[in-house]
Design a protein around this ligand. Structure first.
Ligand code: PLP
Length: 447
């Protein structure tokens, strides 16, 4: 309505006057106003309806304003809006049970945090205390959060501003078949060479100094590049061989996004610690956490765990998690995410590859897909250089928005990461709209 649009314009002015935004040069930033959200739609500041294939920051896994989750938050607010972490609270207890029942292996104990970055911080702290070893291995082309240690284990340019004190973080090259760092031409070769490189890194750094290895089971923001067959199992074996705690970061890949409850399930790997956030409650109230194995739990059975947060296991966030996980279960959303990937997104992206020379590769699983845009298929020259955007990518993203989409873009990639319960016809319409952006990308192909 005209009033909503007017209110949006007022909010925009206040935002520009007073809000300091994440990851931005504040001056030129021109954020999109969102007036309203529902299911897989958002309405921008002009009142235009857009299909959200970004799931915001890949966290609204069950779409916007799910009535059961909204009702659960209301109910919890009426009952106990907040309580300190040392007290038992039914919402927290139930959320912990539902999560522990779904995490793999013996990850039966849940430490709640406010989001993903602090989950990563605590997982590393637990691993260091458990092993008595300080160094942390993590992959280039990864994202693990914005706080000091989490951004240091991150393997992307957001780390550069904070890496004057890296606190024992060592990066290794990931297995990434499309842009192999090892000159591999097959997946099998990539697995073998990436594991050899990782083992060499461990030996050269000194296994006796390395407490933890953290790896996104499917790297998210860094490109949704699936690990080739055998890679995660190989990583797991190396951590056994050298006494290193394996931390699976499932902040983005977890809670159904990959078509399984957790992405490690695709490869039958059981980590020692698993970090989650985002999809655990579809992002309706900030929540993250660490799922902890029995062995690491034992370390802290008699010995104090030196860490905590005022809002650990906040009742509103946990009530939202209980309702979200229950809705995922009752509405069969995990299987639906798998089906959407297999029957709609995958085949359509394959057609994009066939029809659009700017598409270098498509890959993904469930509702977790990436399109690599290139200027040249042969050389794989990306449409934006690593670490930044480009005039070409900006045009592609603008075309997606003009076609009625809220897209997710990173460097030279477009990600297709809708909600797990997006209706088939809305998803098909979204992919039709996305193709408009690919016609624009094709203009920049040089070969
Ligand atoms: N780990 C992964 C894999 C992520 O994708 C993210 C956020 O995108 C984080 C950690 C950090 O989570 P948060 O932004 O909730 O701190």
């Amino acid at each position: 309505s005209a009033e909503e649009i007017q209110a949006g314009k007022h909010a925009y002015q206040l935002d520009r006057d007073h809000v300091f935004h994440s990851w931005q040069a504040q001056g030129p930033f021109a954020p999109m106003t969102i007036l309203k959200t529902q299911d897989s739609y958002v309405w921008d500041g002009e009142g235009r309806q857009l299909i959200d294939i970004s799931s915001q920051l890949v966290n609204t896994n069950i779409g916007h304003q799910h009535p059961k989750v909204i009702a659960a938050i209301h109910e919890q607010a009426d009952k106990i809006a907040t309580i300190a972490p040392q007290h038992v609270n039914d919402a927290r207890s139930e959320a912990a049970r539902l999560i522990a029942e779904r995490t793999p292996g013996d990850l039966n104990r849940i430490f709640f945090t406010n989001g993903g970055a602090d989950a990563v911080e605590h997982a590393i702290r637990m691993a260091r205390l458990h092993t008595g070893k300080h160094k942390v291995l993590s992959a280039y082309r990864s994202y693990h959060g914005g706080t000091h240690l989490a951004v240091n284990v991150t393997g992307d340019p957001r780390r550069y501003a904070s890496d004057h004190a890296t606190d024992g973080v060592v990066h290794f090259f990931p297995a990434y078949p499309y842009r192999s760092y090892f000159g591999s031409t097959t997946e099998a070769e990539e697995t073998e060479r990436a594991l050899k490189h990782l083992e060499d890194t461990i030996i050269l750094e000194g296994a006796s100094t390395i407490g933890a290895l953290i790896l996104e089971s499917i790297p998210g923001t860094a490109g949704i590049y699936l690990p080739p067959a055998g890679y995660l199992a190989g990583v797991w074996e190396l951590t056994r061989k050298y006494g290193i705690v394996y931390i699976a970061d499932e902040v983005m890949a977890g809670f159904g996004r990959s078509g399984e409850w957790f992405a490690v399930n695709h490869w039958d790997v059981t980590p020692d610690l698993l970090t989650f956030a985002k999809g655990v409650n579809s992002g309706y109230v900030p929540l993250g956490g660490v799922a902890i194995s029995e062995a690491i739990y034992e370390t802290f059975r008699e010995r104090q765990y030196p860490g905590g947060l005022t809002y650990s296991g906040h009742p509103l966030a946990c009530a939202a998690a209980v309702a979200t996980i229950t809705a995922m279960e009752d509405e069969n959303m995990i299987a639906n995410a798998k089906r959407l990937g297999e029957e709609i997104i995958g085949p359509r992206l394959e057609r994009f590859y066939a029809d659009h020379p700017s598409v270098g590769e498509v890959r993904g699983t469930g509702v977790f897909w990436a399109i690599e845009l290139v200027k040249n298929r042969e050389t794989r020259e990306p449409l934006a250089a690593y670490g930044g955007s480009s005039a070409e990518m900006n045009e592609v993203v603008a075309a997606a928005k003009a076609a009625g989409l809220l897209p997710f873009a990173n460097f030279n990639r477009l990600h297709v990461v809708p909600a797990m319960n997006i209706p088939d016809e809305v998803l098909i319409e979204a992919l039709d709209r996305l193709e408009q952006a690919l016609f624009v990308a094709d203009k920049f192909v040089t070969a």
